[in-house]
Write a new protein. Structure first.
Length: 379
C-alpha cells in the first residue's frame, strides 16, 4: 500500500532543496545590497476583495450574478516572473467575501482538460491543478495550502513555517467546511477533442483558516497574503489517455508553474513573495490598494534575511555586521529615516528596523518570522 504521507514529504524535501541550490549562487557580497536579488524584490500583486450580501452558489459556474461585481486578476505569469516567458495558456481569478467565507473563482483555459488523481490528499499536482496559498497573519508562518484538479480532488495542508526553515507540513489538516466545485468547458480525459478549459469555485470559511479558538473574520482594510498557482504538464495522447512527455533519460519533463504574483524563484513556499489581499465593504471601483508603509520597511528585513542565509551557507555562522551586506545603519523610506540593527550568534539572528519618527519596530529572525516588535517588552 502506498504511504501517501511519505510521498508528500519526499516531494516537499526535494522541492525545497532544489530551490535553495538554485537561489544561493545568485548574489554577491561585492555588489550593492539588492544586486543579484532583484527577482525577490519585485512588488507583489494586490487585489481588493469586495463584500457580497448574496454569496455565489458553489457549483463551478462562474456566471453567477454575485461574480459580476468582482474584477478579474491580471493573467497569470511564470513563477519566476520576467526571468521566463509568459504562459502559453491564460488563467485568471476573482475573489469576494462575506461574514463567513472567502470566495474564489478561477478560469483555467486549457485545450486538453485531464485529471486522474481521485483520492483526497493524494499528490494533486501530479495532475494539472489549481492551487491556493493563504497566510492570514502575514508573518510567513502558519499558512495554508489547497490544491484542486479538474476532478475536484482536494489536497489541503497546513504549514507551521516554510520548509526552508524546517517547517513540517501537516497533511492531516483539512479545511473544515470548505466547499468547491468544478465545471468543464469541454470533456474530461478525452484527447480526441479540443476543450476550452475548466472553471472552479471555492468557498473557504474564515473559521477554517483561523488560528486559536476565535474565528477571525476580516474587517475593513484587513490585509492577508495570498497567491495562486497553476501546475501544467506537457503531455501527448497515447491509448486514449494523456501521457506526460519525458526526456531522453525517461524522466518527466519539468512542469510549468504559472502564478498570479511572481515568486521570483521556483518555490511557492516563500510567503513573503505572495500577493496582497485587502478586504473592503466599500465599492471596489472606488477603493484602491496602497502598499502599507510597514511593508516597505519589511523589504529591508527580507534583504538582511536573504543575505544572512547566504552568509551562513558560506561561513557556517550568522553575522551582526551590516557592513558585510553593504548596508548602513540608517535607510530612508519615503523620506523617513529608519535604523537597522542585527543581533546574531553563530546559530541565530534577529534583525530590526525602527522608524525614528514613530519609534515603531519590526523584526525578522533566522526562521523568517516577521512581527511587530515591542522593544520595551521581554520578548
Amino acid at each position: 500500500m502506498i504511504n501517501i504521507q511519505s510521498l508528500h514529504l519526499k516531494y516537499f524535501i526535494k522541492w525545497s532543496a532544489v530551490c535553495w541550490v538554485l537561489f544561493f549562487p545568485v548574489a554577491s557580497f561585492a555588489q550593492a545590497p539588492f544586486s543579484g536579488l532583484a527577482n525577490l524584490f519585485t512588488i507583489p500583486k494586490n487585489y481588493v476583495a469586495g463584500y457580497t450580501k448574496t454569496p455565489p452558489v458553489i457549483d463551478g459556474d462562474i456566471n453567477d450574478p454575485a461574480w459580476q461585481q468582482a474584477k478579474w486578476t491580471d493573467d497569470f505569469r511564470d513563477i519566476e516572473g520576467d526571468l521566463k516567458p509568459n504562459p502559453s495558456l491564460q488563467t485568471n481569478v476573482k475573489m469576494l467575501w462575506d461574514d463567513s467565507c472567502l470566495y474564489i473563482a478561477a478560469q483555467v483555459h486549457d485545450p486538453h482538460v485531464w485529471a486522474y488523481v481521485k483520492r483526497h490528499d493524494e499528490i494533486v499536482f501530479r495532475d494539472n491543478d489549481f492551487e491556493v496559498f493563504i497566510n492570514p497573519n502575514n508573518t510567513t508562518h502558519q499558512y495554508f495550502e489547497l490544491e484542486y484538479n479538474a476532478l475536484n480532488t482536494v489536497f489541503d495542508l497546513f504549514l507551521n513555517k516554510p520548509c526552508r526553515n524546517g517547517g513540517s507540513p501537516m497533511f492531516s489538516w483539512d479545511a473544515q467546511g470548505m466547499r468547491s466545485a468544478v465545471k468543464i468547458q469541454g470533456t474530461l480525459n478525452d484527447p480526441s477533442d479540443t476543450d476550452k478549459g475548466w472553471t472552479i469555485e471555492i468557498a473557504i470559511p474564515f473559521g477554517a483558516v483561523s488560528l486559536g479558538n476565535d474565528v477571525q473574520v476580516p474587517k475593513e482594510g484587513t490585509l492577508w497574503r495570498i497567491n495562486f498557482s497553476r501546475v501544467e504538464w506537457d503531455t501527448k495522447a497515447a491509448d486514449g489517455k494523456y501521457i506526460k512527455l519525458r526526456d531522453n533519460a525517461g524522466h518527466n519533463l519539468p512542469e510549468h508553474n504559472w502564478v498570479w504574483s511572481a515568486q521570483g524563484v521556483v518555490d511557492m513556499h516563500y510567503p513573503e513573495r505572495w500577493g496582497y489581499l485587502s478586504f473592503t465593504k466599500s465599492n471596489t471601483n472606488n477603493t484602491s490598494f496602497s502598499l502599507p508603509y510597514f511593508e516597505l520597511q519589511k523589504r529591508y528585513l527580507w534583504l538582511i534575511y536573504y543575505h544572512e542565509k547566504l552568509w551562513h551557507a558560506k561561513h557556517h555562522a550568522y553575522t551582526a555586521s551590516l557592513k558585510a551586506f553593504i548596508l548602513g545603519k540608517n535607510v530612508a523610506i519615503n523620506k523617513n529615516i529608519n535604523a537597522l540593527r542585527i543581533e546574531a550568534t553563530p546559530h541565530q539572528f534577529m534583525a530590526f528596523i525602527t522608524d525614528k519618527k514613530d519609534n515603531i519596530t519590526w523584526s525578522i529572525n533566522q526562521e523568517g518570522l516577521v512581527r511587530r516588535y515591542n522593544l520595551n517588552s521581554d520578548e
